[in-house]
Design a protein around this ligand. Structure first.
Ligand SMILES: *Cc1c(COP(=O)(O)O)cnc(C)c1O
Length: 468
């Protein structure tokens, strides 16, 4: 399998290349030159596979000969062995034709584990094969950091440095990161804001000498391998609810557009998927795009669903590439216009094409609280604010064509106990995994918001070994 950049200038790469590169050298995002195809006749057989076996069928054509089949199967098994539900992504019917798929059974109780547990192991395999080491640096406002740490703990080829703003993440979020006792995991509390942490990451990547010396890398949401891993649960939901003859719809709590783009990819690969409903909170840049054909950014506002507080959805560029007939020049122009003027537009015909698959929905905090309460009344179960927005989207925007719809639940309710308690009067019980963290010792270094201090710290703590 070869991968192209959405901006058309960077060289095509194979799987190992895109895994390690993340972003393309022309600033674009990689995607496969063509989609592996699964035909209708194979759907009943795929529906009988375990999650791991289905993942192997879907991932193998993307990985190509980078990893032998038996090794890939073992990596996948290992990635999902730590999930606390045998189905990995269990589905529950909450009303006729409406299922909730729980993507939060991984080690950090959020959907990013589904991709990162696999991607961390793929990195490790490829690096070990090459006899190389990398240092991953990341900034987090809470959840992504712990998912990345859990993905890399115990890796022999990766040192991971995660910066969080000191005193500005919740106790549980901090402990999910700082109680990991692996020697290759390095937590840094920065005396500053989340934006300061992000600026420090950018500055380290822009320091070319430092970047090369440390072999810096990222596991951010633009990495193709994360999308690839996410295609699997759309396929699993679709084949479970259809025998291939009728489409299954999905409603997706959306921030960076990575999750819902994986649904689009699954549809392109032949899985019986109908409409994809993009669910946003008040940061509704995508909803406005699907309504108007114009992408125009506005300031980010803080909401109860912080993982969706995003005004630039980087993975949207992958869909744009298809909407603009895979013309990298036009994608680059649109993105340049967005960077300088904060907007770009597609033609009415291009918008109509996008709307053949996508619909969009928004819900403010008040509506989210109401949905959490409604869900609790009707099912007796707590739901987190992100998942509630997806469920509300499924209820309000589902096509009334008698076909099933799946709302993706992206975080465990215990990760957002205040919002759940406010809406329902009941505090969700803390799962064992989280409760255990409260007893464990923490490891973390506090540093000033200063590039030189952080670089010195990374240099001093990165294990020795050849740069990738
Ligand atoms: C990251 C995240 C999202 C948004 O997913 P994208 O792939 O960025 O669209 C939604 N909900 C939760 C809980 C998340 O952690």
């Amino acid at each position: 399998m070869r991968y192209l950049s959405t901006r058309g200038e960077a060289p095509a790469l194979d799987f190992e290349g895109v895994l390690l590169a993340g972003l393309a050298t022309d600033g674009g995002l990689y995607l496969p030159e063509s989609w592996p195809e699964f035909d209708t006749a194979s759907m009943p057989r795929l529906a009988r596979l375990s999650y791991d076996a289905l993942a192997l069928e879907i991932v193998a054509p993307f990985v190509g000969d980078a990893i032998p089949q038996a090794a890939l199967a073992a990596i996948i098994r290992d990635a999902y062995a730590g999930f606390d539900d045998p189905a990995v992504v269990p589905m529950r019917a909450i009303e006729p034709g409406l299922q909730v798929m729980e993507l939060f059974h991984g080690p950090t109780l959020a959907f990013k584990d589904v991709a990162l547990q696999l991607v961390g192991r793929l990195f490790d395999h490829v690096l070990a094969k090459r006899g190389r080491r990398i240092a991953i640096v990341a900034a987090t406002s809470g959840d992504t950091g712990s998912a990345a740490i859990e993905a890399c703990r115990g890796s022999k080829s990766i040192d991971i440095f995660v910066m969080h703003p000191k005193g500005r993440v919740s106790d549980v979020q901090r402990r999910q990161m700082t109680t990991v006792a692996a020697p290759n995991v390095h937590n840094i509390a920065i005396e500053g804001s989340f934006d300061d942490c992000q600026d420090l990451v950018k500055a380290m990547f822009n320091d070319r000498a430092f970047r090369a010396e440390m072999a810096l890398s990222a596991v951010n949401s633009i990495n193709w391998a994360r999308i690839m891993a996410q295609i699997v649960y759309y396929a699993a939901g679709a084949v479970a609810l259809s025998d291939g003859r009728w489409p299954v719809h999905f409603a997706v709590p959306t921030g960076n557009f990575g999750n819902v783009y994986a649904g689009y990819a699954a549809k392109r690969m032949g899985f019986p998927i109908g409409r994809l409903i993009v669910a946003s909170n008040r940061n509704d840049i995508l909803t406005r795009f699907f309504e108007s054909g114009t992408m125009s950014s506005e300031p980010v506002v803080a909401t109860q669903s912080p993982s969706m507080d995003i005004q630039v959805s980087s993975n949207f560029e992958r869909l744009l590439f298809d909407l603009l007939d895979r013309d990298g020049r036009r994608v680059a122009d649109a993105i340049a216009s967005f960077r300088t003027s904060g907007r770009f537009a597609v033609s009415p015909a291009e918008l109509a094409r996008a709307r053949e698959t996508f619909d969009a929905f928004r819900l403010d905090d008040e509506g989210t609280t109401a949905e959490i309460a409604r869900h609790h009344r009707s099912t007796g179960m707590p739901v987190d604010p992100h998942s509630a927005i997806g469920i509300a989207a499924a209820r309000e925007r589902r096509p009334w064509d008698g076909r099933p719809i799946v709302a993706l639940a992206t975080a465990h309710p215990a990760k957002f106990p205040d919002a759940v308690e406010r809406a329902t009067g009941v505090r969700p019980p803390m799962p064992k995994r989280l409760a255990a963290l409260m007893q464990l010792p923490e490891r973390c270094t506090t540093l000033p918001n200063e590039l030189a201090s952080v670089e010195n710290h990374v240099r001093a703590h990165r294990s020795r070994g050849a740069a990738a």
